[in-house]
Structure formats: structure tokens, C-alpha cells
Design a protein around this ligand. Structure first.
Ligand SMILES: [Zn+2]
Length: 729
């Protein structure tokens, strides 16, 4: 009965208001393809409107063919374009997304405008014109790679193009977007390379979203703007954060502002690839929906929605620019990435997606095993139980979705927790390993056997993550930078809300901003981590009794080499703290020398050598890297420029180190190599220092130190000491 009534109503409404039920869903262009080309009829109402032009990989013949591209991937950000025409031609304009002047009525504006005209990137002959539209032939435009749009060049080099293979496969036009599938052929570097690319042209909203200004204290991806101001006159740099347009419907604005929870006008829907194994699909759905907790705290319910491709409506197409997808990439490259495409005028995220590689689970399992199995029996098996695999995937999915929502990494987060708290079950149960899943904190390597810690992962969403969503997404009836800055100011005394992005450097400038570290006591965290690795090496034969060979690592998620690497990673994470503060510097140096002069011995017991082979060479090599970092330019400069006479000085650092290193009268092969690397590193520092402005700070100290060591070696002559002596010039 209901159905009939509904249908009757629909028919009636349809007769009265034809656009009421269908909306204005007419396609934005009309396309006619024939032997002469691909003719596009563009309505004049869309001239001067803003569009995005983007491209995505649909299929590739092989990602291993020196073209590192995977299905679903995009290489470039979309390009902002506008169309303009005159009597003969249609032009494609490329507006400047960075420089702008908002004061268009100012008397000086014409002087600005004369220096800021919009360049033309391409033009086409107008084939036909009517009162309301113009027709152009876009065959070439759509069927040939466009530089900076199609995903070739730079890192991806498919070789010489084979134009005879380039062709348009399909064209779809919707109300706000044009979707074109194109085939491209290339010679390839080792074998021919074929790919299908989806080019999308998306009509941008007439009214750009209100931008929110980026504050570096909270990690958001952002787009830079340089605004010209006539009054000063000067240019103000301002960055807009990238975020979805999450706003209450007009009817709900009042309720929202009164503190009631409302649904957003437009939710964020993610479509999950049906190709994922069912267990993964479920876990990914949870990882997507986890973010709802953060949105609920700022008054929005059901913001995040998840559907599988199969659950999507008939219009769904994973390559269509309108849909956010969580894509499965089957490849041996262990990776996952979350990216988004934004409106360059406002920072509004228009589309986001995750590329989740099949082998990412191997990486997660390896970390889980090396970091937790010492005290966490569930991690000791060859294949992890389903519930744990699901937890790992949910965590990785939620992290990538964080990127999709605009969030940057926060590598400082884990430093907010006391190292000792990570050993308390009630703490880890509630807070996990870090206040932010946008950190690379991974799993709890600090907890020890007997601590009874059972929850070993990052939290489902951390304190920082929920706060970051407030900063980016809390709705304001009018954007107000001061309000947002006020929310951030409030939290500055609490390390749980701190954020740090790592600058690319071999040794992080701020040692509290590191990947894969845990806790605020670097030496204690590393010591616990190493103890756990020792446990694994000792206990593994017992845990893995049923193996077929003598190698207890057989079929385990990690190899002996991985464990060795994990040990040296613990050492590397302590190095940047030398020169950070007097107290930490001393502790760090003591810890590092203790490890370098014997701490590693658990890696080379007779029992281990039996199945792992002799690791001497590998250990010597890894130790050399540690010495080079400890005594290279960066740490030398750091200590020298921060030192106070009463504190941890560079001269003291060298003296203490030499005392550790040169006291043994009969050094073994490891110590001999350490001694040699130490002298070599300091010697090359002197050479390098001649060209550095910091040299005045530390090079006299190095010279003096080396002279003293030379004397010391001379007074204790031996074949080895004579050899070493000659290393000092
Ligand atoms: Zn990430």
C-alpha cells in the first residue's frame, strides 16, 4: 500500500516539478564522438567557472617495469583550470593558486592586476557556436598525456610514447564531472608498457569553502597562499589547512551552535574495494568509522560512512573523481598511503583515497613480533590469530584515513608518555602507545615480561587526534583565526597535544620528534626494547619447537637479520639526544658506549651463530654507522653550539668517549674497528670543518683531542696502536 501511495505522489510531483525529484542532474557537457574526433559542447554558463583537471591510474601492465605506478594511484595534484573564449578560440587558463589579492576594489588593484594576469596553457579552434554553447574538438587533449597531470615523468619513466596506441576508451559525463578513460602505450625500459588512465574534469563549487588558517602547532596538510596587502604594502604568507566541508545543514545550524549533535550536510563516504579479504574489509570499515568518535565530540554524528563497492549505488565507479575509495593493491611492496585532492582556492578536500598494499600486513606482523612477543604470547606464532590481524589492519587503516582527513604525521606524540607508564596495563589499556595514531609509534616494545600489559597497540584514536579534529573541523558560523588559535593556546602546556613534523635529516633536529620511538626517556625505552629482543633470541627456539629446520626463525614474521636491525635502530634513536640537554646527553653517551662495547654480544652467541651464521661483519658495519653519526658534524655542531662551561661540553664528550674506547689493552676485533672508525670520523670532521662556519666552535677541540690520543698510542706501542697512530694526521 505504501509503495503505491509513494509512486502516485512521485508521479504527481514529477508532472508538476520535473526537476524536483531529479534535481538539476543534466550532464555538464555534451559529447559527440565520430571519425573526425571527440567534440565537446560546453555551455557558456560554465565559461569562467573553476575546474580541476586530474588523472589517475586505472590499470598498468607491470609496476616492476621501472614505472612505479599502481592501479588507483595518482602522481600529481590536480590542476586548477578555467575556460575562456573569444570569436575563434577556446582557451584553457591556469590560474595561480598561490598568489592572490582579495582587495579588488582598492584603487591600486589595477596595478596589481596588470602584474598578475592568468596564463593560457592551451587553446582550441571553436568548431561551432550557439547562443548558449560552444563546440570544440578535444580528441588530442583527451587522448594524449598532459604534462603535470598524467602520472608520467620524474619518478615514473615509461620510455618513449607509442602514439598509435593512445586512444580514448570511454567518456562519461555527469552533472559536475567529465570522466575519460584513455589508453597509453610506451616502449618501456625493458619491455613494452601499457596503461589505462582516468582523466577527470571536475566543476568546482561556485562558492569556495571558508578556509581555515593553518597553525603549525597542529599537524594539517596545508596549501600556501601569498596575499598582497595594499595598505602596508606587503605580502602576507598564510596557509590554508586541507579539510572536508563538514558543516551542519542550514536547518541544523542553530541546534549545532547550541551544542546539539547533528548530522553534517554532506557525510564523508568511503568505498572499500571488494577485492580485500573479508577479514580486512571488516577491519578497514572499523578503521574508517573510528574517526566518528572525534567528530561526535565536536557535535557531528555519522560523519564517516563506509560501504563496500558492492554496497555502493549504481552510479558508483571507483575511478570517478566524486568517490572516496579504499583501494587494494596486490604487490610485494609493503606500503599504504592516504591522499586527497583539494580545491586550491580554499583547501576543501574534494576527494580522498587510500592505496593499501597487500604486503603491508607482512610489515605490521614483523613489527608486532619484534616489538611485543617477548611478553605477549599471542605475537609468538607463525601466523597471527585473526583478531590480531584485524587489529593491525584497523590501526593502519585509521592512520591512512587520518591523512585523508587532512592530518599530517605527528612524530612528537609518543614523547608525551612517561616510559614507565608504558609498562602499566591500566595506562596502556586506556591510552595505547601514543596520543596520536598519526605518529609512527607502532607497538609497545617497552613493556616487559611480568608487567601484564595486554593492549600493545596505539589507541583506536588518541587524545591528540580528537583534538586535531576539533581544530580542523569544529564548525564556526564565521571563520575566526583567533578562536581556533585560542583552542590551541589552551593546550600548549600539555605534551599530549604537542605536534612535531620531522624535517628530513639523517639525525632529527628535534630528537623528541622521531619515528617508531616510544616514551619520554630515550635511554630507558631503548634499554627495555633491547631486553625484549634478548628475550626473543633466547626464547624463540622454545616458542617455535615444531619447526622443520634448526632455524627457530623459520616461517616466523621476522628474520634474525630483522632482529639485528631492530637492535641497532634502538641505538640510532638515542644518538640525536646527545647535546639535547646536559642530563640526557650524559646518559645517552653512557648507554651507547655500553652497547657498542659489548651490549651486542647477545646477537652472536654460539647458539645463534649455529643457525644465523657468523654476524661479525654485519655488526661491525652497523657499529661503524653508529660511530659516524655519533661523531659526525651534526652532533658536533649541536653540542658545541649549546654547551656551557659547567655542562656537557664537546671536549668532555670526546674525553669520555676516548676513555671508554681506548682503555682496553687487548681490544677485540669489534673494539679495534670502533677505534678505527672513531679516529677516521674525527679526522674527516677536521677536513670537512675547514669549509664550515661551525668549525671555529669544534675543530680546535678535535685537533687537541686527536693529538692527545696520538701521544697515548705512542706511549703504548703495539702493532695495532702503531697502525692506529698513522690514521691521525
Ligand atoms: Zn602516514
Amino acid at each position: 500500500m505504501m509503495r503505491i501511495a509513494n509512486n502516485k505522489l512521485r508521479l504527481l510531483l514529477l508532472l508538476l516539478f520535473p526537476t524536483l525529484l531529479w534535481g538539476n542532474s543534466a550532464p555538464m557537457f555534451h559529447i559527440r564522438q565520430n571519425a573526425k574526433g571527440c567534440f565537446v559542447e560546453i555551455p557558456k554558463r560554465l565559461i569562467n567557472r573553476d575546474f580541476l583537471l586530474a588523472a589517475r591510474v586505472m590499470t598498468v601492465s607491470s609496476p616492476n617495469n621501472k614505472v612505479k605506478l599502481y592501479a588507483g594511484q595518482r602522481l600529481y595534484d590536480p590542476v586548477w583550470i578555467r575556460l575562456k573564449y573569444d570569436k575563434e578560440q577556446l582557451y584553457l587558463l591556469r590560474p595561480d593558486s598561490k598568489n592572490l589579492c582579495e582587495d579588488t576594489t582598492h584603487l591600486s588593484y589595477p596595478a596589481y592586476a596588470r602584474n598578475a594576469i592568468t596564463p593560457i596553457a592551451e587553446s582550441w579552434k571553436i568548431e561551432q557556436e550557439t547562443d548558449s554553447s560552444i563546440v570544440v574538438n578535444w580528441s588530442k587533449f583527451l587522448s594524449e598525456p598532459i604534462e603535470g597531470v598524467d602520472p608520467f615523468g620524474g619518478k615514473t619513466s615509461p620510455g618513449r610514447s607509442l602514439p598509435q596506441l593512445n586512444k580514448i576508451l570511454q567518456v562519461d559525463v555527469h552533472e559536475k564531472n567529465l570522466e575519460v578513460s584513455v589508453q597509453y602505450g610506451f616502449e618501456g625500459t625493458t619491455q613494452p608498457f601499457l596503461t589505462t588512465i582516468r582523466k577527470s574534469l571536475l566543476l568546482l563549487p561556485e562558492q569556495p569553502m571558508q578556509p581555515r588558517i593553518h597553525d603549525a602547532r597542529v599537524g594539517y596538510d596545508n596549501i600556501p597562499k601569498r596575499k598582497f596587502n595594499f595598505d602596508t604594502p606587503s605580502i602576507a604568507a598564510e596557509n590554508y589547512i586541507t579539510r572536508f566541508r563538514i558543516v551542519p545543514s542550514p536547518k541544523d545550524v542553530r541546534s549545532y551552535l547550541q551544542g546539539k549533535q547533528v548530522k553534517p550536510q554532506q557525510p564523508i563516504v568511503f568505498y572499500i574495494d571488494d577485492a580485500f579479504p573479508p577479514l580486512w574489509k571488516k577491519a578497514i570499515r572499523k578503521g574508517i568509522l573510528d574517526w566518528n568518535k572525534a567528530f561526535e565530540e565536536i557535535g557531528f554524528k555519522e560523519v564517516m560512512q563506509a560501504k563496500t563497492y558492492a554496497e555502493a549505488g549504481p552510479e558508483f565507479d571507483p575511478n570517478d573523481i566524486r568517490f572516496n575509495c579504499f583501494r587494494y593493491v596486490v604487490s610485494d611492496f609493503p606500503n599504504a598511503m592516504g591522499k586527497h585532492w583539494v580545491d586550491p582556492r580554499s583547501g576543501e578536500i574534494l576527494q580522498a583515497d587510500v592505496l593499501f598494499h597487500s604486503n603491508v600486513i607482512a610489515l605490521l606482523r614483523k613489527w608486532y613480533f619484534l616489538q611485543t612477543s617477548a611478553y605477549h604470547p599471542a605475537a609468538r606464532t607463525k601466523t597471527l590469530p585473526d583478531d590480531i590481524t584485524a587489529q593491525l589492519i584497523r590501526y593502519a587503516a585509521a592512520h591512512e584515513i587520518g591523512h585523508c582527513l587532512g592530518l599530517e604525521h605527528n612524530f612528537k606524540a609518543s614523547y608525551a608518555y612517561n616510559t614507565e607508564d608504558l609498562r602499566r596495563p591500566e595506562f596502556t589499556e586506556r591510552y595505547g602507545t601514543t596520543p596520536s595514531i598519526m605518529d609512527y609509534a607502532r607497538f609497545n616494545y617497552v613493556a616487559q615480561p611480568g608487567d601484564d600489559v595486554r593492549y600493545v597497540l596505539p589507541p583506536l584514536l588518541g587524545v591528540y587526534d580528537r583534538y586535531a579534529i576539533r581544530i580542523g573541523y569544529a564548525y564556526l558560523s564565521r571563520e575566526n583565526t583567533r578562536t581556533v588559535a585560542g583552542w590551541i593556546d589552551e593546550k600548549q602546556n600539555d605534551p599530549m597535544y604537542h605536534c612535531g613534523r620531522m624535517a628530513p635529516s639523517t639525525i632529527p633536529t628535534d630528537p623528541t620528534v622521531q619515528t617508531s620511538d616510544l616514551g619520554n626517556d630515550p635511554v630507558a625505552s631503548a634499554t627495555y626494547g633491547i631486553r625484549n629482543l634478548q628475550q626473543i633470541l633466547t626464547q624463540l627456539p622454545e616458542w617455535n619447537k615444531k619447526r622443520l629446520t634448526d632455524n627457530p626463525f623459520e616461517e616466523m614474521p621476522a628474520t634474525y637479520t630483522d632482529l639485528q636491525q631492530a637492535y641497532f635502530d634502538h641505538l640510532e634513536r638515542v644518538i640525536p639526544f646527545i647535546g639535547f640537554s646536559d642530563e640526557v646527553s650524559g646518559k645517552a653517551v653512557e648507554f651507547l658506549w655500553k652497547e657498542l662495547l659489548g651490549g651486542y654480544n647477545f646477537l652472536r652467541t654460539d647458539a645463534v651463530c649455529k643457525y644465523a651464521g657468523n654476524p661479525t661483519e654485519a655488526i661491525i658495519k652497523a657499529q661503524k654507522t653508529i660511530i659516524e653519526k655519533m661523531f659526525g658534524r651534526i652532533i658536533a655542531e649541536r653540542i658545541s653550539s649549546n654547551e656551557t662551561p659547567a655542562g656537557f661540553t664537546y671536549a668532555h664528550y670526546l674525553e669520555v668517549s676516548a676513555n671508554y674506547l681506548f682503555t682496553d689493552k687487548t681490544p677485540d676485533i669489534f673494539t679495534r674497528h670502533l677505534q678505527e672508525s672513531y679516529l677516521q670520523t674525527l679526522q674527516s670532521l677536521l677536513t670537512e670543518a675547514r669549509t664550515s662556519s661551525f668549525s671555529v666552535l669544534f675543530s680546535p677541540t678535535v685537533s687537541e683531542h686527536l693529538t692527545r690520543i696520538r701521544e697515548q698510542l705512542t706511549t703504548n706501542p703495539s702493532t695495532w696502536n702503531n697502525y692506529l697512530k698513522n690514521k691521525i694526521q
